[in-house]
Ligand binder design. Structure first.
Ligand code: ATP
Length: 238
């Protein structure tokens, strides 16, 4: 078996006395889409924020592309190739769409930035059409595209997406999911956190189910889609 791009071992994360992540272990293989599903408060966002260096683990090991990340600062983690498109998008509404994209390349000094802005416009044509407009004028789905486009501007090896379909119309959600598949075909590895378990597991190579800070189940996307407890708890079946 090849070494995974990301390996998380016995990770624990606490907010003061409250332990939100209680010793989880999982891997993300290169070139795959891996999904974390789980109910509200399960610890998915906390996990992603820890991986990108915004929170510090109490214990555990995170190895990304051969680097131990435990105490690496967030900007260095981006430079190593791990990008995060956060829950709630966090775009800058008064800046233009193009300025928002360029912020995603702030650590880069190479000449390929303009080319990558154009690549984002190819991926999401609406962003190109409105490049000079304030980002706050975009719809929710378009803002999600911008957040993904911005994260891609660091040319990540691993792109983490936190709830990319939240609040989107079914059509827009389909577009975002199709883009995830397209990115994987282009060689980007993706770690996805999603409430929409059906859509996420359908396209995932691997999935993990989190419950109150622990991973309680794992399997391929298809295995989890067929699992009775997953169907009951996350796919709305009786
Ligand atoms: P959601 O889908 O609702 O975002 P989640 O699985 O991403 O859920 P987290 O946001 O990681 O879950 O939250 C895990 C636990 O940590 C919850 O009990 C939450 O209340 C708690 N928590 C999250 N952020 C903080 C914080 N800043 N301070 C204290 N507790 C927090």
């Amino acid at each position: 078996m090849t070494t995974p791009l990301l390996e998380v071992e016995d990770l624990r994360v606490a907010y003061g006395k409250i332990e939100a992540v209680k010793g989880i272990s999982f891997t993300v293989a290169e070139g795959t889409v891996t999904t974390l599903i789980g109910t509200n408060g399960a610890g998915k966002t906390t996990t992603l924020r820890t991986l990108s260096g915004l929170l510090r683990p109490t214990t555990g090991r995170i190895t990304f592309d051969g680097h131990a990340l435990g105490s690496v600062p967030a900007h260095r983690i981006v430079a190593l190739g791990l990008a995060h498109s956060p829950e709630g998008r966090h775009i800058f509404p008064r800046m233009t769409i193009e300025e928002n994209l360029l912020l995603g390349a702030f650590l880069r000094k190479d000449p390929g930035i303009t080319e990558d802005v154009e690549r984002a416009y190819t991926l999401f044509p609406i962003l190109g059409e409105r490049r000079k407009q304030a980002a706050g004028t975009l719809s929710g789905g378009e803002q999600q595209m911008l957040a993904m486009g911005r994260a891609l501007m660091s040319r990540p090896k691993l792109l983490m997406l936190d709830e990319p379909s939240m609040g989107l119309s079914p059509l827009m959600m389909q577009k975002i999911m199709a883009t995830i598949v397209e990115l994987r075909s282009g060689g980007t590895t993706i770690l996805l956190v999603e409430q929409n378990a059906q859509a996420a597991l359908s396209l995932s190579d691997q999935g993990y189910v989190m419950q109150t800070g622990r991973i309680v189940l794992s399997g391929t996307g298809r295995e989890l889609l067929n699992d009775e407890s997953v169907r009951k708890s996350y796919l709305g079946e009786d």
